[in-house]
Design a protein around this ligand. Structure first.
Ligand SMILES: Cc1ncc(COP(=O)(O)O)c(C=O)c1O
Length: 483
C-alpha cells in the first residue's frame, strides 16, 4: 500500500469509510453516554499551551502515521467537553448530536454556497430559515438576510449595510475619507466585535459614541441624546445606534422600544446585536425581552449560542431586505442593485464569504427532526435555570450576584469571610477551577471588580450541578490549593 494509486483507492474506498465512520460514531456515542459528572468527572484536562503544542509535534509526516479512529480517543480526552453538564463557561453551546451529524453530512457533500448552483439545497434551506427568523422578529415579507460565520462578522455585515444606507455619496468607491466623519452610538456593554467592526470599516475607534449603562447594564435611554450631541459637537454625523439583546457580560436586554423611538426620531439605523439573546424570540415566556425588535433595521442571531448548533451559524437579518444587498455593494444605493436583489439565491452578493459551509443544513434538519417547540422549551428552561441559580446564590449567605439574570448568563462572586482581596480571590478561584477541570466557568470585570461568570447553555445542566459548583468553590477557596 505504498503507491499513490493504492493510497487513493484507500482514501476513497466506501467500505473503509463505512468501517471508520461506524467506529467514530460509536466512539462519539460512548463519549456522549459517559459525559456525566458520575462517569467522567472532568470537563477538561487543562494543559499549558507549550506542553500541548509539543505533544502534537512530529505526529504526521510524509507517510501515514495514525488512523483517525485511533486518534479519536486522545482528541476526546484532551479536548474540552462541551457535552458535559458542568461546562458552563463561555457562550459556546453544547452541540445537538443530530446537528453535528448534519455538519458531517455538509462537510461530506462540501457544497459551497456562494452562488445557488454550487449548493442549491443549502441555499433554499437557508432562505427558509431566514424567513422563519424574520417572522419571529415580527418583520414582514420584505425582510431578508443571510447566514454568515459568526456574530463578529454578522455585526460587521450589518454595520456595513448601515454605513452604505446612510452614506452621503458613494462611500464604497470613494472611501470613508470622502465623507463627513460619522459616529455610531454603542452601549458601553456591547460586545467588542462592534467596536472592532467600526475600526475595520475604517471609521476609526473614535467613531464609537459610547452610551452609558444603568446599574443592571442596560443602555440608558436617557443617555442617548447626550451621546448623540457629543458626537455632533465633535464634528461627526451619527448614522446608527446599536442595542444589545442581550449583552455579553451580564446577559442584559436593552430597551429596544426606547432605542427604536430614539433611532427613528434622529434618523439613525438601529442594529440589534441579538447574537446571544435572540433565541428568546422562541420562548412565549421570555420573548417580551425583545419587544421593539420589529422596529429595528437589522439584527443578528447566533444559532451556535442559543440554538444548540455547532459553530458557526449566524443569521444577519434586515427588515428591508434590499438593505441586505448593500453591505458589500459596489453601488451607492440598493436601488441600483436590482440584479442582486432579484438574485436572492446568490449569497455572494451579500456575505463576506465566497465559499461558505452548508450551515443552514445543520439548523434545518435539527428543526425538522426535533420541532421548533423543542428549542422554545430549551430556551425557556435555560433562562429559568439562571433565575433558580440566582435564588440559590442569594440564599447561600456566602455568595452574591452581580445583577438579577435576564437571560441564561449569571455573574456572581464568593464572599469568603475575612478575605481582604475579594477580586484576587475570584481570579484565583477561576484559575484553580480551570486547572482542576471539574467545572468550566469564566470571569468578567464589572463595576471595577472581578466576578465569576457562567452561561447556562447546556440543557443537561441542572441545579444540582450548580450546587456542586458552589461546593467546589468553597472547597478550593478554603483548601489552600488556590493558584
Ligand atoms: C452579544 C455578542 N455579540 C457578538 C458576539 C460575537 O460572536 P462570535 O463569537 O460568533 O463571533 C458575541 C460573542 O460572544 C456576543 O456575545
Amino acid at each position: 500500500m505504498n503507491s499513490y494509486d493504492d493510497q487513493l483507492k484507500k482514501a476513497f474506498d466506501p467500505e473503509s469509510f463505512r468501517a471508520e465512520g461506524h467506529k467514530v460514531v460509536d466512539g462519539l456515542a460512548d463519549f456522549l453516554a459517559t459525559s456525566t459528572p458520575e462517569k467522567r468527572p472532568r470537563v477538561m484536562a487543562y494543559e499549558n499551551p507549550e506542553a500541548m503544542l509539543k505533544s502534537w509535534a512530529g505526529r504526521f509526516g510524509p507517510a501515514p502515521s495514525t488512523a483517525f479512529p485511533d486518534l479519536l480517543g486522545e482528541v476526546l480526552d484532551r479536548s474540552n467537553n462541551l457535552l458535559h453538564p458542568r461546562y458552563i463557561g463561555h457562550q459556546c453551546t453544547t452541540a445537538l448530536p443530530l446537528a453535528a451529524l448534519g455538519g458531517f453530512v455538509g462537510q461530506f457533500l462540501n457544497n459551497g454556497t456562494a452562488v445557488y448552483e454550487m449548493g442549491p439545497v443549502n441555499v433554499a434551506m437557508e432562505r427558509q430559515l431566514v424567513r422563519w427568523m424574520t417572522g419571529l422578529a415580527g418583520w414582514g415579507p420584505d425582510a431578508d438576510g443571510v447566514f454568515t460565520n459568526g456574530g463578529s462578522i454578522g455585526n460587521l455585515t450589518a454595520l456595513l449595510a448601515a454605513r452604505q444606507a446612510t452614506a452621503e455619496g458613494n462611500v464604497w468607491v470613494r472611501g470613508v475619507g470622502s465623507e463627513t466623519p460619522v459616529a455610531i452610538l454603542v452601549p458601553e456593554s456591547c460586545h467588542y466585535s462592534v467596536k472592532r467592526a467600526v475600526a475595520i470599516m475604517g471609521l476609526g475607534e473614535e467613531a464609537v459614541a459610547p452610551v452609558a449603562v444603568d446599574d443592571r447594564f442596560h443602555a440608558r435611554p436617557d443617555d442617548l441624546g447626550r451621546a448623540f450631541d457629543v458626537a455632533v459637537k465633535r464634528g461627526r454625523r451619527p448614522i446608527a445606534l446599536v442595542a444589545n439583546a442581550c449583552s455579553t457580560a451580564t446577559g442584559s436586554f436593552d430597551d429596544l422600544e426606547a432605542a427604536a423611538d430614539f433611532a427613528r426620531s434622529r434618523g439613525l439605523w438601529l442594529h440589534v446585536d441579538g447574537a446571544h439573546g435572540a433565541g428568546a424570540l422562541l420562548s412565549p415566556k421570555y420573548r417580551h425581552l425583545l419587544r421593539g425588535l420589529d422596529k429595528a433595521d437589522s439584527f443578528i442571531w447566533d444559532a451556535h449560542k442559543n440554538l444548540l448548533m455547532p459553530a458557526l451559524i449566524t443569521a444577519v437579518l434586515f427588515r428591508d431586505g434590499g438593505r441586505s444587498c448593500e453591505a458589500f455593494s459596489e453601488k451607492a444605493s440598493y436601488l441600483f442593485e436590482k440584479g442582486a436583489r432579484d438574485e436572492w439565491y446568490n449569497f455572494a452578493h451579500r456575505t463576506m464569504e465566497c465559499t461558505k459551509t452548508m450551515m443552514g443544513l445543520r439548523l434545518f434538519i435539527s428543526l425538522a427532526a426535533h420541532g421548533a417547540d423543542f428549542f422554545a422549551s430549551y430556551v425557556t428552561a435555560m433562562f429559568d435555570l439562571a433565575r433558580d441559580f440566582a435564588v440559590l446564590l442569594r440564599g447561600s449567605g456566602d455568595f452574591e450576584t452581580a445583577v438579577e439574570p435576564e437571560s441564561n448568563i449569571v455573574c456572581f462572586r464568593y464572599l469568603k469571610k475575612g478575605e481582604g482581596d475579594l477580586d484576587g480571590l475570584q481570579r484565583r478561584i477561576r484559575r484553580t477551577l480551570l486547572e482542576r477541570g471539574n467545572f468550566y466557568i469564566v470571569q468578567t470585570d464589572l463595576r471595577g471588580h472581578a466576578w465569576l461568570r457562567t452561561t447556562l447553555i447546556n440543557p443537561r445542566t441542572t441545579l444540582t450541578d450548580l450546587e456542586a459548583l458552589l461546593d467546589e468553590i468553597r472547597a478550593v477557596a478554603s483548601g489552600g490549593t488556590l493558584f
